[in-house]
Write a protein that binds this ligand. Sequence first.
Ligand code: S3P
Ligand code: PEP
Length: 424
Amino acid sequence: MEKITLPKISSIQGTVKLPGSKSISNRSLLLAALGEGQITLENVLSSNDVDRMFEALQTLNIPCSRNVEERTVELQGCAGPLPNGDFNLYLENAGTAVRSMSAAICASKGNYVIDGNARMRERPIKDLVDALQKLNIDISYEFNTDCPPLNIKANGIKGGVTSVNGSVSSQYITALLLASPLAEDTVTINIDGELTSKPYVDMTIGLMKKFGVDVTNDNYQTFTVPAPQKYINPCNFIVEGDAGSASYFLGAAAINGHVKVYGCGKDSIQGESGFAGVMGQMGAEVTYGDNFIEVKSNGTLNGIDIDMNTMTDTGMTLAVVAMFAKGTTTIRNIANWQVKETERITAVATELKRAGASVEEGPDYLVINPPEKILNCEIETYDDHRMAMAFAILSLGTEITILDPLCCKKTFPDYFTVREGLVK
Ligand SMILES: O=C(O)C1=C[C@@H](OP(=O)(O)O)[C@@H](O)[C@H](O)C1
Ligand SMILES: C=C(OP(=O)(O)O)C(=O)O
């Protein structure tokens, strides 16, 4: 579909059963593959990012089967490193899959190529490669670009001390952590600079614990993973609903409506679940339950000045909600938005301006002043699922056209259908 024109709507109302979290689906698939025993994963997301991870496990000949309708995956783990051999893995633009697989495969023995689509070939991975090279792993770039494709001549991980820049992506630290129990000896990871997106590292450590492995976190500056340790698969594991996907409905409800999302609640392991709290700070009525989050509009939203480093994905939803708030919204500490699906600071600023806002764009911040009236226009999405999903919220103010809306298939293929069921 080339574009979708969304008519102006007055409110958004209803309940949503959330699709599984992309981050938890991809972590649990890899953990299950490394773990000992048979496991059933439930509520696994079906979307490009997770499909590529599942296919990679199939390519590696890991015994696994999937029922997409029932959202389940059955898998027999390797009880240690992934299979040895020579394999090429294509992971499209799935950062979670490319980064974690690049480190995990180093524990095996063989020649592996890890590649992605054109945008993935522009997304930096040097910090992770440097950190792996410091552990004496033979990993290099196919084209000398500091980006995938990567060539890995894997011969196990000995262990030892490494360091990694923490300011570009937490996924590098997640990748090192997930692979470290497979080493022959303890791995110590020192973080250079301030670690970005910390809740994603907490998620990694929490899930490693669920699969039987301990990590010591010394104030996000040093992580120590005693090795070797074996991952043990629990019999079954339920993937939480995706808090990032929830934000498009909860953000719209904060403007005008009432939405309850199921599958993710007050004890969520996803930092992005804090997004509803941000809506609360702006003036919406918010309830966190055991397995739901509910947002009701309270009439007026006020602009906010906020550090969104811990909610890097839902910060984009906030930028669009800001178009409906009274006063200025400033979103800070978001430098790494530029190395994601697109250069997100620039993309968000450009499209908000197209819809009439006055926006100041900095290297790590956005200042958004909403227009008196949101303009009916065509929104470019830059092959970024979150651009398509977040900018659909503008339909609460005007008819809006979203170009290439199906780029949402990266994490939420049904987004526009589910949204349609809620519009009033
Ligand atoms: O570890 C993860 O699952 C993720 C970490 C975040 O990336 P950064 O650490 O690069 O901010 C986030 O943007 C991404 O969607 C998922
Ligand atoms: C940054 C994102 O994805 P990735 O896992 O590819 O980094 C995202 O989903 O917003």
